[in-house]
Design a protein. Structure first.
Length: 221
């Protein structure tokens, strides 16, 4: 996993970031989503890549953060704490082709802590005054999730391999179906915190990841 990824990551980000639809194959074949887009605008983000594949019962996600300089996290955080306030890589996942009002938010931090929650966002854009709620997955390991993070500070790299059970979405055997997803990364440092650079695949157009009409299309092939 820890090869010379920096040039590869930059090329992938340039080639893939503009796409809004990805064909995801069955494992062990992979599809990749890559991005350097700052949300809503600003200097390019460090390159980030997400590799995807599926089995009849699992979604496999491998997050790769390139050009990482801080590996900044809260060492006191445990499962489902606010890891998004520090540095994290994130996937928002919804079964079906429509702009979702309920979707799954999955996050990982450089120290292998995960955030797992269903988000209720009936306005689809986190509109001021509209309901916004979350329901946590309390015991993800028992439910079939796996998360394995490795860091290489000399190379400025961290990689997380994750498995998400498709039963969570009543979505086993997904071949032929279309889902909606978006992928993000938050970048900060001890000097910058609590401010962050927000990065993503599909730009939400505001400093808010919870804008579901811009989610990309994931075609399971």
């Amino acid at each position: 996993m820890f090869k010379s990824y920096l040039a590869i990551g930059a090329c992938l980000a340039a080639a893939v970031a503009a796409n809004d639809s990805v064909n995801v194959p069955q494992c062990p074949n992979l599809a990749s989503v890559a991005f350097t887009t700052a949300i809503p605008s600003g200097p390019p983000c460090p390159a980030t890549k997400v590799d995807l594949c599926y089995t009849s019962t699992q979604l496999h996600l491998t997050f790769t953060a390139y050009n990482e300089t801080n590996f900044y996290y809260n060492a006191d955080h445990q499962t489902n704490d606010d890891i998004w306030a520090y540095e994290a890589m994130e996937a928002f996942i919804s079964r079906g082709p429509d702009d979702p009002q309920t979707y799954f938010e999955y996050e990982v931090s450089p120290n292998n802590v995960a955030f797992n929650a269903f988000i209720f966002n009936p306005s689809r854009v986190r509109k001021d005054g509209a309901p916004m709620d979350q329901a946590f997955i309390g015991d993800p390991l028992a439910d079939g999730f796996t998360v394995n993070t490795k860091t290489d500070k000399e190379k400025g790299l961290w990689v997380t391999e994750s498995v998400v059970p498709l039963a969570l979405f009543n979505g086993e055997t997904p071949k032929g179906s279309v889902w909606r997803m978006n992928f993000f990364r938050t970048v900060t440092s001890p000097q910058m915190f609590p401010d962050q650079q927000l990065c993503g695949w599909r730009n939400t157009g505001e400093a808010n990841f919870h804008v579901t009409p811009v989610f990309g299309k994931i075609n399971f092939v």
